[in-house]
Design a protein around this ligand. Structure first.
Ligand code: NAP
Ligand code: MG
Length: 401
């Protein structure tokens, strides 16, 4: 048994990923590690029972202990409210956790030889850094029922004169939205990106729509540039370049780029582009995600959702072939960080071995359906959810013996 010094926050979730969560813990983590897990059940029923307090508690626990690992969770929509008989459409747990921890989400694909990215030029991972605060995720919206005037007003706390802008004079029904961001959050986002780029020795890109949004997006661009300027000598010493461009241009360039860069994105762009990148690199099952808080807390998870369609097949007793790679890498990412913070190289080594066991299992031809579809050569057969994890367990045991 390898001892993990500091407790880790373990957040369970929903549907097919909840099924895999149990398997991964029982077969790949708990038999080998003496670790105290501070457990929170973020499954949608528990969130409903506790009026979502459990999510808030989990976020504070991550801040307290420093490292957490999270299973995918349902973000309820109207269909989910009906399906689970929920009191209300609870907010996205990830949104709640991000709002409490602030910070930046880095999404990085796992590259496996034999599974070729859909985009041929991508030979190295492209990490998306998503600013995890504000914009439409903290918006205020009004459904405008009919004619009237919409205004944006800022009232200074010191009693100074209010600043007002007419948004639109409605002749008929429409919609209205206001959003915001904070200088501190933008700065800490830029800082996290610089730190990550230095740590990973990768060039850094940032893109926004400052040609259209000459105040809001321009502010993002300028504050980001200030952080770059503050770290210019470190970046130069590491041979890392910084490149700012318009978001449209960044998207076009990325499709012909070889990769090996950190692409910093505004909140919405990061949300959308990370799914595009995951699909482009092969499968959502190969995309990992970490939220890095400026207060030094880390939350690891798979980038995909609860894989609902597979879960319904599972409930009918049918065999599933769901890829647990990103879920396992959430655990290894969290363990490696815990080991780094605790100064316990044996924990980091365990995480490395488990990651290698996963990659070698796939490279050895045992893989789930999502990968089998895009693998070269095509494997003779597709592994089930359970068979894939069992094959990894076998390799891991061999590596540790
Ligand atoms: P999803 O769970 O990511 O699944 C979308 C599709 O991608 C699946 O139907 C499957 O395709 C494929 N896929 C994703 N992960 C896979 C894996 N590990 N192995 C194999 N195939 C995989 O997204 P969704 O269906 O849009 O969302 C389902 C639920 O997840 C929603 O309630 C949503 O709120 C939630 N969600 C949570 C998070 C999070 O907690 N971080 C993120 C996104 C969504 P095929 O069916 O074609 O095989
Ligand atoms: Mg998304």
């Amino acid at each position: 048994m390898i001892t993990v010094k500091t407790p880790m926050v373990d957040m369970n979730g929903d549907e097919m990923t909840r099924i895999m969560w149990g398997m991964v813990k029982d077969k790949l983590i708990l038999p080998y590690l003496d670790v105290e897990l501070i457990e929170y059940d973020l499954g949608v029923q528990m969130r409903d029972q506790t009026d979502d307090q459990v999510t808030v508690d989990a976020a504070h626990a991550i801040a307290e202990y420093g490292v957490g690992v999270k299973c995918a969770t349902i973000t309820p929509n109207t269909a989910r409210v009906e399906e689970y008989g929920l009191k209300q459409q609870w907010k996205s747990p990830n949104g709640t956790i991000r709002a409490i921890l602030d910070g930046t989400v880095f999404r990085k694909p796992i590259l496996v030889s034999g599974v070729r990215p859909m985009v041929r030029s991508w030979t190295k991972p492209i990490t998306i850094a998503r600013h995890a605060y504000g914009d439409i995720y903290k918006n205020v919206e009004i459904a405008v029922p009919g004619p009237g005037e919409a205004e944006l007003v800022y009232r200074p706390a010191d009693g100074g004169a209010p600043v007002r802008r007419v948004v639109h004079t409605f002749d008929g029904p429409g919609v209205l939205m206001a959003m915001h961001n904070l200088d501190d959050s933008i700065r800490s986002f830029a800082q996290a990106c610089v730190t990550y780029a230095l740590d990973q020795r990768m060039d850094l890109w940032f893109a926004a729509k400052d040609t259209i949004s000459k105040t809001y997006h321009a502010r993002l661009r300028d504050l980001f540039q200030e952080e770059i300027d503050a770290h210019q000598s470190e970046l130069d010493a590491a041979g890392i370049s910084y490149f700012y461009t318009l978001i449209d241009d960044a998207v076009a360039r990325i499709m012909r780029h070889e990769g090996g860069i950190v692409w910093a994105c505004t909140n919405y762009d990061g949300d959308v582009m990370s799914d595009m990148l995951a699909a482009g690199f092969g499968s959502l099952g190969l995309m990992t995600s970490v939220l890095v808080s400026p207060r030094g807390a880390y939350e690891y998870e798979a980038a995909h959702g609860t894989v609902q369609r597979h879960y319904y097949r599972h409930l009918k007793g049918e065999q599933t072939s769901t890829n647990s790679t990103a879920t396992i890498f959430a655990w290894t990412g969290a363990l490696a960080k815990r080991g780094e913070l605790d100064g316990t190289p044996e924990v980091v080594d365990f995480a490395d071995k488990l990651e290698a066991a996963v990659v070698e299992t796939i490279e050895g031809g045992t893989m789930t359906g999502d990968l089998a579809r895009i693998a070269e050569p095509t494997p003779a057969r597709v592994a089930s959810t359970v068979e894939f994890i069992d094959a990894i367990e076998q390799r891991l045991r061999h590596k540790l013996s």
